[in-house]
Design a protein around this ligand. Structure first.
Ligand SMILES: *[C@@H]1O[C@H](CO)[C@@H](O)[C@H](O)[C@H]1NC(C)=O
Ligand SMILES: *[C@@H]1O[C@H](CO)[C@@H](O)[C@H](O)[C@H]1NC(C)=O
Ligand SMILES: *[C@@H]1O[C@H](CO)[C@@H](O)[C@H](O)[C@H]1NC(C)=O
Ligand SMILES: *[C@@H]1O[C@H](CO)[C@@H](O)[C@H](O)[C@H]1NC(C)=O
Length: 464
C-alpha cells in the first residue's frame, strides 16, 4: 500500500486504469479498494494501450443487412467501472438464464463471456456454465478475438441471450475458455459488441441487430456518468443509461444532431472529424476521408492522428510531449484545457475535468492530457475506411450519444439534460440538426443489485 497521495495522483491513477476495457497490458496485479499512486508506469500503460488500439481497428469484413422496425425500447442502467474507464450492462444467457455484466462496446461486434472451463480467468470473475443451459448449441467452431494484447479464445455457440427484456433465441456468442490474464475486471464477464456484423470475428449478427423488429427503432443511445471528479468514487458506480431500441427523452435536451456515416458496408460507428477548437481557437486538422472517427464507448480516451494531435497540444501553452512516452502530452496542471470537437455541425465541448488525467508523476506540475497520438508514427493506412480517430468516453461522457442503423447509418449527439448531469452547451451553427423523439412503447429497466464494493479489482496495469 502506498502512503497518502494527492487528489491529482488519485485521479491519474484511476483514469490510468484503462484506455479501453477489453485490453490488458503488462501483467495485471490485483489491488484491494485502496489505490496506489504511481508515476510513469501509468503512462506506459496508456502508451501500450494506444498501440493495441491499432489492432482493434485493423479489422475488415463482410456484409450487413439492416433489420428491424416496430417494437419497444428499454432503458438499461449501467455500471461505471474504474472511474469512467468502462461501462457495463447486464445480459442473461441460457436456459435457465445466467446473468453477467458485460462491457458495452460500440467499437466491436462480438459477444463473448468467460465460461466455467476458463483456466486463465480470475477467480472472482463470474463464469458462464454452458453445461447448465438446456438451450445451448454448438457446432464446435472455435475462434480467437484479438483486442490488442488482450486475446480471447473459445467455442462459438448459440444460446438464448436477453438484455432489458429483449431476447434473441439463437444468438451466436463466444464461450471463452482462454483469455489474456487480467482482461476482465471486477464484475465484468465479457464484452457485448455493439458495432456491425462486418467486423465480427464470430461472423455473426450482433445482438442489437439480431433483435430486429423487437426494437421500435434500430437505434441505441448512451448517457455515461462521470466519476472522475469524485475522489470517493468506488471501483464500480452507477454508469448511466443504455437505451436499446430508441432514445430516452428525459436524458437529453434540445435536438439530437444526427450526422451520416460514410457510405458503404458499415463496420464501426464512424463519423468524420470536421473541426476542433482548443482554448477557443480553431486548430488546423486533416479533414475529409482521412479524418474518419470511430465513436467508441469501449475506449476510455481519445486517440487521433499525429499531426492533428500535435496541433491540439501546440495550442495549449506550456504543453510538452511526455518524455520517453511517445504519443502522449502533458500540460501545466494549473491550465484548464478546453477542447471542442465537431463532426460536421455543432462544436461539442469536452469538460476540462475529462481532459486532465492527473499528474504525470507524483509532485509534478505537469498533467497528462486525454488526447493522444493514436498512430504513434506508425501504420494505420488512411483512406482505406480505417478510422484515424477513436473517440472514446473522454468525449462521450459530455453528450447524449445515439447510434442509428440505416442506409446510411448515423450517429447523433445531444446536450445532456439536467437529469443526466448535463451542462455543456454546444456552440456553432447546428445546421445539420434534426430532431428525434421515440421512446416507443413500454420499457424495461434493470435494477442493479448493490454493487460489491468489496470486490477485488484487478487493475489492468502494472503499477509497481
Ligand atoms: C491490417 O490490415 C492490413 C490490410 O487489410 C493487413 O494486411 C494486415 O495484415 C493487418 N494487420 C493486422 C495486425 O491484422
Ligand atoms: C429514461 O431514463 C430514466 C432515468 O434512468 C428512467 O427513470 C426512465 O424510466 C427512462 N424512460 C424510459 C421510457 O425508459
Ligand atoms: C455550419 O458548420 C458547417 C461545418 O462546420 C459549415 O460547413 C457550414 O458552412 C456552417 N454553416 C453556416 C451557415 O455557418
Ligand atoms: C419487462 O419485464 C418486466 C418484469 O418482468 C415487465 O414488468 C415488463 O412489462 C417487461 N417489459 C416489456 C417491454 O416487455
Amino acid at each position: 500500500m502506498a502512503p497518502s497521495f494527492t487528489m491529482f495522483s488519485l485521479h491519474q491513477f484511476a483514469l490510468a486504469l484503462l484506455l479501453f476495457p477489453p485490453i490488458a497490458l503488462a501483467d495485471p496485479i490485483h489491488l484491494p479498494l485502496a489505490r496506489r499512486s504511481s508515476g510513469n508506469r501509468d503512462i506506459d500503460y496508456y502508451i501500450s494501450a494506444a498501440k493495441h488500439l491499432q489492432g482493434k481497428y485493423n479489422i475488415t469484413g463482410k456484409s450487413y443487412s439492416p433489420r428491424g422496425k416496430r417494437g419497444t425500447s428499454a432503458s438499461i442502467q449501467t455500471i461505471n467501472q474504474q472511474t469512467d474507464s468502462s461501462y457495463l450492462g447486464s445480459v442473461s444467457i441460457g436456459t435457465p438464464p445466467q446473468s453477467f455484466n458485460v462491457v458495452l462496446d460500440t467499437g466491436s461486434s462480438d459477444l463473448w463471456v468467460a465460461d466455467t472451463s476458463c483456466t486463465s480467468c480470475d477467480s472472482t470473475t463470474p463464469l458462464f456454465a454452458p453445461s447448465k443451459s438446456s438451450s445451448i448449441t454448438s457446432a464446435n467452431g472455435q475462434t480467437t478475438i484479438r483486442y490488442g494484447s488482450g486475446t480471447v479464445a473459445g467455442i462459438i455457440a448459440q444460446d438464448v441471450v436477453s438484455m432489458g427484456n429483449f431476447s434473441v433465441q439463437s444468438q451466436t456468442l463466444l464461450a471463452v475458455e482462454e483469455l489474456t490474464d487480467g482482461l476482465l475486471e471486477g464484475s465484468a464477464s465479457g464484452i457485448m459488441g455493439l458495432a456491425f456484423s462486418a467486423i465480427a470475428s464470430t461472423r455473426s449478427t450482433p445482438f442489437w441487430q439480431a433483435l430486429g423488429s423487437q426494437l421500435s427503432a434500430s437505434e441505441m443511445a448512451f448517457y455515461l456518468t462521470r466519476f472522475k471528479d469524485d475522489s470517493n468514487a468506488k471501483d464500480e458506480e452507477p454508469g448511466g443509461v443504455f437505451t436499446l431500441g430508441g432514445t430516452n427523452s428525459s436524458l437529453f435536451t434540445g435536438d439530437i444532431e444526427f450526422l451520416n456515416m460514410p457510405s458503404g458496408t458499415p463496420t464501426f460507428w464512424l463519423l468524420t472529424m470536421s473541426a476542433i477548437t482548443v482554448q477557443g481557437q480553431s486548430v488546423q486538422i486533416t479533414t475529409g476521408n482521412a479524418a474518419l472517427a470511430a465513436i467508441d464507448t469501449g475506449t476510455t480516451l481519445i486517440g487521433g492522428p499525429t499531426a492533428d494531435v500535435n496541433a491540439i497540444w501546440a495550442a495549449v501553452p506550456g504543453s510538452a510531449a511526455v518524455v520517453d512516452q511517445e504519443g502522449f502530452f502533458s500540460f501545466p496542471c494549473s491550465t484548464s484545457v478546453s477542447v471542442t470537437l465537431s463532426f460536421g455541425g455543432k462544436a461539442w465541448p469536452i469538460s476540462t475535468t475529462d481532459m486532465n488525467l492527473g499528474q504525470i508523476s507524483r509532485g509534478s506540475s505537469q498533467c497528462l492530457g486525454a488526447i493522444f497520438d493514436l498512430s504513434l508514427g506508425s501504420n494505420i493506412p488512411s483512406g482505406s475506411g480505417n478510422p484515424s480517430w477513436v473517440v472514446g468516453d473522454t468525449f462521450l461522457k459530455n453528450v447524449y450519444s445515439v447510434y442509428r442503423a440505416g442506409n446510411p447509418g448515423s450517429v447523433g449527439f445531444a446536450q445532456l439534460s439536467s437529469v443526466a448531469g448535463g451542462s455543456g452547451t454546444p456552440s456553432g451553427n447546428g445546421s445539420s440538426t434534426t430532431t428525434t423523439g421515440s421512446n416507443g412503447g413500454s420499457s424495461a429497466r434493470i435494477t442493479w443489485p448493490a454493487m460489491m464494493a468489496t470486490a477485488m479489482i484487478a487493475v489492468f496495469m502494472c503499477l509497481l
